[in-house]
Design a protein around this ligand. Sequence first.
Ligand code: TRP
Ligand code: SF4
Length: 343
Amino acid sequence: MAETKTRKRVLSGMRSTGKLHLGNYVGALANWVGMQDQYECFFMVADWHALTTDYADTSRIKENSLEVALDWLAAGLDPQKSVIFIQSHVPAHAELHLLFSMITPLGWLERVPTYKEQRENIKDKDLGTYGFLGYPVLQAADILVYKADFVPVGEDQVAHVELTREVARRFNGFYGTKKEVFPEPQSLLTPAPRLPGTDGRKMSKSYGNAILLTDPEPVVRQKLKTMVTDPARVKRSDKGDPDKCPVGDLHKIFSTKETMAKVYEGCRSAGIGCIECKSWVADALVKLLNPMQERRRKFEENPRLAWDILEAGSEQARAVAAETMSDVRAAMGMSLEFEASTK
Ligand code: TRP
Ligand code: SF4
């Protein structure tokens, strides 16, 4: 384990929203899997973050955390290489969140773009809560409690990492007089291609247009059959353009060069039909998903195995977080040890 010290540390997380879809894979998970050899990685199921919006009904939250973890393991996150854990099993995140909440100006939080957007767009839940406003403060605690160097995230999360840097700077400014407690983490932007769902909008569980990593072959094929295509191709004899077609977008991400060439040629000349073209995407997806679903089976048959991995990971995470918290308390003059000089 000595060599882990020399590797830069990565932390990332996903909210526990249940089964993951292809967008989660392409936008984050595939990237995480590839980072495991290069970095010391911490991957967290953010169940407290799920509560910021879904606080009213917690009946599925634990199940959802486990589902996320199953998809991670299926996709190739490896507990031998990475620390895989559940946020709420590491109470230090909450303690650090509280301390950060003392020093974070309200204006910083009100200015976060995701905050403004979600307040405007989500009308079926009351997001006028203390916890929802504090979402990025909790995220800062998630990152800084491990003194992470890098945070792989999508575009929408960059502002949260920026806020994390500001919180670190402010903390160091107030309390890091002897030495800086927190390094300033950097985002590692995941280059995510646009991944359309079956209706052509961005793939998202809430739109009901997603292909899940757990979808069996017949479901994948069925979902593709209903997928929208280039609107210019109404009849089989109409020529189309893969650059104007959501199915074309999927080909660009998942198909080989050879298939791509056939798609461009056949679509633009009306030499192929959309049904055939879609079946080629389905082939590529099934080929990608099959080994994941195979790996998932072992954990589905015995979910205890996955839970054990999460518990062991959470224990490792707690040990690292505890060290940071003792630095934090010392820097703030609030260490737990008795000091004779204390008045
Ligand atoms: N906010 C992230 C999202 O919605 C999830 C998350 C929680 C996270 N804590 C994190 C990501 C810490 C990176 C680092 O996807
Ligand atoms: Fe889209 Fe393929 Fe049909 Fe062209 S042939 S419109 S790329 S589905």
